[in-house]
Write a protein that binds this ligand. Structure first.
Ligand SMILES: CC(C)(COP(=O)(O)OP(=O)(O)OC[C@H]1O[C@@H](n2cnc3c(N)ncnc32)[C@H](O)[C@@H]1OP(=O)(O)O)[C@@H](O)C(=O)NCCC(=O)NCCS
Length: 174
């Protein structure tokens, strides 16, 4: 995993770049939300999150990385947003928000790269823990979090609606 440069960019291989996201990226994030979730965050809700200190990272794919991919996920100028993640900080605690990889880019390590970016940030800032909720039925996400070192702390019954589901609560400690 590479560090973000001062400009917030980190060039990965094969046309894939991890970088922090800013207000100008939020329309693309909102489109990615609509592609991936039954109850997507709107652009204005994402804007409020950003203004309240939420940090966002994204993986953008240039034309090289998109070769052979027919659909065009959320556009970020001449690149497209292949995935994103959000993190809120309260004192020394990290709360991981939505994580999404565009359907055509899944199983290529992008989700893993995004979670690693959050955990590297958490280590650098000496956060006591990073916690998150996932639908109990969301096997891909749960497998990803467990692979990245999160521990299942408990189940919160009836946490989700549309469709209804319990929440699995995961925590990572540095
Ligand atoms: C969950 C999600 C973010 C994974 O993104 P991704 O870019 O495909 O993940 P990666 O390619 O980095 O996969 C990393 C690991 O996660 C696990 N994983 C990912 N997708 C999986 C799947 N469909 N089935 C089982 N395990 C899966 C595997 O352990 C995988 O490692 P491996 O490929 O070496 O087996 C993606 O499926 C997604 O956006 N889903 C819809 C939105 C969502 O559910 N977000 C999470 C909300 S809590």
């Amino acid at each position: 995993m590479c560090e973000l440069s001062k400009s917030g960019f980190a060039k990965m291989n094969s046309g894939i770049t991890l970088r922090s996201l800013a207000a100008a990226d939020l329309p693309a994030v909102a489109r990615l939300e609509r592609l991936c979730f039954s109850q997507p965050w709107t652009e204005s809700a994402l804007q409020s999150e950003l203004e309240n200190g939420c940090l966002f990272w994204g993986v953008v794919a240039d034309r090289t990385a998109r070769a052979g991919i027919k659909s065009a996920p959320a556009q970020v100028t001449d690149t497209c947003l292949a995935g994103y993640i959000g993190l809120k900080i309260a004192a020394d605690e990290g709360y991981m928000g939505n994580l999404a990889t565009a359907p055509d880019f899944r199983r290529r390590g992008i989700g893993s790269m995004l979670v690693s970016a959050v955990l590297e940030y958490a280590k650098k800032k000496r956060l006591a823990f990073v916690t998150l909720e996932a639908r109990v039925s969301n096997a891909p996400a749960r497998a990803l979090y467990e692979k990245k070192g999160f521990t299942l702390m408990g189940i919160r019954p009836g946490f989700y609606s549309n469709p209804g589901d319990d929440a699995a609560i995961y925590t990572w400690k540095g």
